[in-house]
Design a protein around this ligand. Sequence first.
Ligand code: FES
Ligand code: FES
Length: 151
Amino acid sequence: MLIEFKVNAKQYKMDVCPTMRLLDLLREELRLTGTKEGCGEGECGSCTVIMEGKAVNSCLVLAPQICGKEIITVEGLADDRELDLLQQKFMEHSAVECGFCTPGMLMSAKALLMKNPHPTDEEIRTAIAGNLCRCAGYSKIVAAIKDAADA
Ligand code: FES
Ligand code: FES
């Protein structure tokens, strides 16, 4: 089926299989491989992207569901010249170990700050509750998000 959508401010029109997952559309069709696949069943958050301003698990979204929608992936955070403030704060706080969860964490955090620019620690923890970090770097991740919000 033919769908139209926007990813990182770029408009696309594509003929897709109706059962294709958004995760596969991003990684395999658009070659935006920053979005990671962990569990593939909505449990780990590593595939998180922002759809219409809300964090979603791209492994649970089918291509037809993005018709007419706007998606932001981790590649859409930085502009040509500089990293997004959240990315800078993750670096400053060493909130990255293996890095596998990082794109998903960043997108959940970005979705939070888009609707709530000054969240409490509790609100930050709730926003990233669906993002698992196997390196258990949660304290640094929360501190980085808090610092980005306070900047
Ligand atoms: S890969 Fe989508 S939630 Fe784990
Ligand atoms: S930094 Fe390794 S999974 Fe989070």
